[in-house]
Design a binder for this molecule. Structure first.
Ligand code: ADP
Ligand code: 5GP
Length: 199
């Protein structure tokens, strides 16, 4: 797989992020990854955003094939068994996975591909593709993270509690990643991601 992807060495990647073709954006739920991704894609339509598959129910306004591929648990398990996912994880009671073929095709054709995924999946990608540039988005504080999850108003109390519990564990892993960016002021965080991707 490494030969297929032919991404440059880690040392080169750190000096020149653009030589890496795969970008992993991770961080706790509610930190603002999705919002940052949307703005990033608006500014840089040439980026390829990998649409994940999930067994989670769509939130109001979410569109199948755009936000996620919303699939059943049995379908997910079938795809997983067939090796169709580049990485996958269970998060807050649902499965999430990155379609392997689409991402590899895009990387091979020279695209800059961005994955927005949770910690376990990000670790899997780091193991499979150590040359990928990995970015961890941190909240300014745990209280602010809770405010954002609540403010989004799209999760049940139970889901919020699970996400916050998981967030505590996730934040401790921040320094495993190449870059840590605090999403306090939105524009500042967005500019920092841009700088990492485009120098
Ligand atoms: P994630 O994709 O990481 O779960 P979202 O992108 O859904 O997070 O953001 C969670 C909430 O936080 C949203 O309501 C979003 O508008 C808000 N948000 C994102 N970034 C900021 C920021 N820098 N300051 C304040 N609120 C933010
Ligand atoms: P949400 O349910 O809020 O859309 O996503 C929950 C978490 O799953 C977020 O941290 C999001 O980044 C992550 N996620 C989304 N797609 C994938 C994926 O394909 N793989 C993994 N591992 N995590 C994902």
């Amino acid at each position: 797989m490494m030969q297929v992807l032919s991404i440059q060495s880690r040392a080169t990647t750190k000096e020149s992020p653009l030589s890496g073709k795969l970008i992993v954006l991770t961080g706790p739920s509610g930190v603002g990854k999705g919002t940052l991704m949307r703005s990033l894609l608006q500014r840089h339509p040439e980026l390829y955003y990998s649409v994940s598959a999930t067994t989670r129910a769509p939130r109001p306004g979410e569109i199948d094939g755009k936000n996620y591929y919303f699939i059943s648990r049995s379908k997910f398990e079938q795809l997983l068994a067939q090796g169709e996912f580049l990485e996958s994880a269970e998060f807050a009671g649902n499965y999430y996975g990155t379609p392997r073929e689409a991402v590899l095709n895009q990387v091979q054709s020279g695209q800059l591909v961005v994955l927005e995924i949770e910690l376990e999946g990000a670790r899997q990608v780091r193991t499979s593709f150590p040359e990928a540039l990995s970015i961890f988005i941190l909240p300014p504080s745990f209280e602010e993270l809770e405010n954002r999850i609540r403010g989004r108003g799209q999760d049940s109390e139970e889901a919020i509690a699970r996400r916050l519990q998981r967030a505590k564990e996730e934040i401790q892993a921040a320094d495993e990643f190449d870059l840590q960016i605090v999403n306090d002021d939105f524009e500042t965080a967005l500019n920092a991601i841009e700088a990492a991707l485009f120098g």
